[in-house]
Design a protein around this ligand. Structure first.
Ligand SMILES: CC(C)(COP(=O)(O)OP(=O)(O)OC[C@H]1O[C@@H](n2cnc3c(N)ncnc32)[C@H](O)[C@@H]1OP(=O)(O)O)[C@@H](O)C(=O)NCCC(=O)NCCS
Length: 262
């Protein structure tokens, strides 16, 4: 088993023409195309199609004998997609937010990834009181106001990444686990209830470009198992995208900041 995690990022700010969208949809399955057609919102449809294109090409980079159009997926009981044939032992997870798509692929086990834009206009304190554990919201509110936005999205993306790694979505109560900061860059994940005895997870948080935060969670113990992170960029057909992706790649801060899991 390898601890390598590849993360593929796509800057979804740029407009995509109908012709390119058709090109992106070409490797998708009939089911995926039907699902895409059901999205009422053009942006959501584009994100779904682009995400699946990105996923299929990323999987083929790991396993070049399988063409992008030939990957088949199954959906878990809580909605997490996985490979129908798990013989390559590859696991993946996808996330979309305004302006960014991210896909993580690994052989290290169940992986969860989440991206969010720091520009989201919401009452963050109110959201924290509603969704974070009491420990997390208390720590957030104790911070100086100017540090709260960054901390809020760190926690948010890491919480999402954890429930996505486990694949159970909101079947895991968001207050049943907490991320605490022992120091600025040393985080600890504490699971208060509902976890398998002896389970061990590691979590990493990255700033991507100026306005995005990325959370990544996968199984494993402390520092020796922190994955090597391979950031790869993708060119989705229109030359201007290449430049944006390189820009994103250039500003991802490595390595991750979180190692301990309880
Ligand atoms: C899927 C879920 C876990 C995350 O949704 P989200 O953050 O809105 O969306 P993301 O873009 O990050 O992730 C969606 C992708 O995750 C994957 N996914 C779907 N269900 C999943 C599950 N149960 N577990 C892991 N991954 C899942 C899919 O690939 C999906 O993309 P696709 O449909 O285009 O293939 C969602 O069901 C959820 O429960 N969200 C909680 C929202 C919330 O209140 N968060 C508060 C955080 S503090």
């Amino acid at each position: 088993m390898t601890n390598l995690v590849s993360i593929f990022l796509y800057d979804s700010n740029a407009a995509v023409s109908k012709a390119v969208l058709d090109e992106l949809a070409a490797p998708l399955s009939d089911d995926e195309r039907e699902r895409a057609a059901r999205f009422g919102h053009a942006g959501a449809r584009r994100d779904f199609v682009t995400g699946r294109f990105l996923l299929r090409h990323a999987l083929t980079r790991h396993c070049p004998t399988c063409l992008p159009k030939d990957w088949q997926f199954v959906i878990g009981p809580y909605g997490k997609p996985a490979l129908a044939d798990d013989s390559p032992a590859l696991q993946f997870n996808l996330s979309h937010t305004k302006g960014l798509l991210a896909c993580a692929i690994t052989e290290a086990g169940a992986v969860g990834i989440d991206v969010e834009t720091l520009e989201r206009k919401s009452d963050l304190e109110k959201l924290a009181r509603r969704f974070f554990s009491p420990l997390e919201s208390k720590a957030l509110l104790a911070l100086p106001v100017e540090q709260r936005r960054e901390r809020f999205f760190r926690i948010w993306t890491l919480k999402e990444a954890y429930i996505k790694a486990r694949g159970r979505g909101l079947g895991i109560p968001l207050g049943s686990f907490s991320y605490t900061f022992k120091a600025a860059d040393a985080l600890q994940l504490q699971v208060h209830e509902g976890e398998e005895p002896g389970a061990c997870w590691q979590a990493h948080s990255y700033r991507v470009g100026a306005v995005h935060r990325l959370g990544l969670v996968l199984p494993g113990s402390a520092p020796p198992r922190v994955p090597a992170l391979a950031l790869e960029s993708f060119w989705l057909g229109e030359p201007e995208h290449r430049a944006q992706l390189e820009w994103l790649g250039g500003t991802l801060e490595l390595p991750g900041s979180i190692v301990e899991v309880g």
